[in-house]
Ligand binder design. Structure first.
Ligand code: PLP
Length: 335
């Protein structure tokens, strides 16, 4: 490792932050912390909210539920909009919720709900939230780097992700983009914080430093990943994810399988489906791993034992999906 208080690190860090800004398509600040994606919920809660703030939480799955729980833990007055799993929140639904709850400080959105394979319509939802004067706080853990995010053009206020999903790295770096409204708010809130303080982090980032010892090796990985994305071209990366999403969904349908997500909002980074009637999801996942070395995920919460998820984000190509679908076909034929 290079020393994180030496000149070499400072040059490296500034370049990495600039590349992450380009990736998020923002001129605003991008900040990094040692941490997993969940840090992004808490960073929002302690910097952008105060106890008693009224928040509308759009809950389209397990991760939306956790976002609501985290801000509630820190004292926000959370008004939930709960959707059936597999459905997206529409601008009309959010508009109704904000009309029914005047004076909302912030809207919590999960851009891509990893537990269901649904992508919520971020551009339109952001517009609706701003029409009601609310900040837009976005969990982009499984969308950043795989599904288009135009932070500035879409006027998003706060958006976070983690290094381990479409950004193709080992877990351990939390990535936060914050726009002008969020910075105004972060300067005013009196919620106690230290490690997750955005203001402290920003002060150091501007000088090319991190507020605490950074996970240097993971930052090297993030640097390599962002370089790979720039070399492929961000539009090409998004197009590849779209192609992989379509390939996965059409392949699963050809196998006669039922998908969880509403097709209009189906995610291009993760697809959730049900095994055929009478076939155990856990058995399929187990055989895919043991016999083909392919790791699939199960469902979460009430769908823990009945759902199967395929991740197709990051360093994935058509061949990976085709071999996954072939193996799945073999497993199901002999189930
Ligand atoms: N939000 C979403 C949409 C996720 O998919 C995840 C993890 O899978 C998280 C938040 C939590 O991230 P982590 O497990 O890295 O803390």
């Amino acid at each position: 490792m290079i020393p994180h208080r030496g000149p070499e690190f400072s040059i490296f860090y500034r370049e990495l932050i600039e590349r992450l800004k380009r990736l998020h398509r923002t001129e605003s600040e991008v900040l990094l912390w040692p941490g997993s994606g969940s840090a992004g919920w808490e960073i929002a809660a302690v910097n952008l909210l105060e106890p008693g703030d009224v928040v509308v939480a759009c809950v389209t799955g397990d991760f939306g539920d956790r976002f609501a729980q985290v801000v509630s833990t820190f004292g926000a007055d959370v008004r939930r909009v709960d959707l059936e799993w597999g459905q997206a929140i529409t601008p009309g639904m959010l508009d109704d919720a904000l009309t029914a709850n005047p004076g909302v400080n912030a809207v919590l959105l999960t851009h891509n709900e990893t537990s269901t394979g649904v992508t919520n319509p971020l551009i339109e939802l952001t517009r609706v939230a701003h029409d009601h004067g609310a900040l837009v706080l976005v969990d982009a853990v499984s969308s950043a780097g795989g599904i288009p995010v135009e932070f500035d053009a879409w006027d998003v206020d706060y958006l976070f992700s983690g290094s381990q999903k479409a950004l193709m790295c080992p877990p351990g770096v939390a990535i936060v983009a914050a726009g002008p409204r969020a910075w105004d708010r972060a300067k005013q809130t009196a919620t106690p914080r230290f490690f997750w303080d955005m203001n402290r982090n920003l002060e150091m980032t501007k000088k090319g430093w991190t507020p605490t010892t950074p996970p240097v090796s993971l930052l090297y990985a993030l640097d390599a990943a962002t370089l790979m994305i720039e070399e492929e071209g961000i539009e090409a990366v998004f197009n590849r994810h779209q192609r992989l999403g379509e390939l996965t969904r059409s392949g699963l349908r050809q196998l006669g399988l039922q998908l969880l997500a509403d097709e209009a909002y189906a995610s291009n980074t993760v697809t959730a489906f049900f095994p055929p009637e009478g076939v155990d999801a856990r058995m399929v996942i187990d055989r895919m791993q043991r016999e083909y070395g392919i790791t699939l995920a199960g469902g979460q919460a009430h769908l823990a034992n009945s759902l199967i998820r395929i991740g197709h984000m990051g360093w994935v190509d058509d061949e990976d999906i085709e071999s996954c679908l072939t193996a799945l076909n073999d497993v199901l034929e002999t189930a």
